[in-house]
Design a protein around this ligand. Structure first.
Ligand SMILES: CC(C)(COP(=O)(O)OP(=O)(O)OC[C@H]1O[C@@H](n2cnc3c(N)ncnc32)[C@H](O)[C@@H]1OP(=O)(O)O)[C@@H](O)C(=O)NCCC(=O)NCCS
Length: 145
């Protein structure tokens, strides 16, 4: 298994399959995908991209830390889940975020995935909210030492 930096466009097929199965690939582009401070990571097994995550320099209005990164588009193909790949992507991402003088990473977590985020050290904040067409979410964050 290898973790590498990838381009935004490389994330779109896995985003579409795992996060937006009913949407065209255009809807799998996120605001900020091409910003200078944004970075995208991918995990490769036998040279096949099987897990992705993207990180944006973006402050959440309800979180006080002045400089924050947002995690979005975290997904692993079904045959490769529960093998620690998303955890490896985060292990690679956190030092990069800290090098950018940011000590907090947050995400709007699907309720179905909150167990994963808790295992990797994220905490829940506030009440559940709905993202139309996608479902219930919770704001979660992790402080990065
Ligand atoms: C959530 C997701 C990204 C996790 O990816 P993964 O590569 O399987 O994660 P890991 O293997 O690194 O899992 C780390 C730990 O979290 C656990 N875990 C994984 N998915 C979980 C889930 N949905 N709920 C509870 N625990 C979960 C794993 O069992 C593992 O624990 P362990 O080390 O004790 O075995 C993956 O299940 C996925 O793509 N889901 C569909 C898309 C999605 O919902 N993305 C999140 C959007 S907010």
């Amino acid at each position: 298994m290898k973790v590498l930096r990838i381009n935004a466009i490389d994330t779109y097929p896995i985003r579409q399959q795992m996060l937006r199965p009913d949407s065209p690939i255009d809807k799998c582009k996120f605001d900020g995908d091409e910003e200078d401070q944004t970075f995208h990571l991918g995990a490769f097994m036998d040279n096949k991209l099987v897990s992705v995550a993207s990180f944006y320099f973006e402050k959440h209005p309800d979180l006080e830390e002045p400089f924050q990164f947002r995690l979005r588009g975290m997904a692993t193909l079904p045959d490769y889940q529960h093998k620690g790949l998303s955890t490896e992507l985060l292990k690679m991402a956190f030092p990069i975020i800290k090098q950018n003088f940011c000590h907090l990473c947050w995400c709007n977590a699907r309720v179905s995935a909150t167990g994963f985020y808790q295992k990797v050290g994220f905490e829940k904040v506030g009440e559940e909210f709905d993202i139309p067409g996608i479902g219930p979410h919770l704001l979660m964050f992790k402080k990065l030492g």
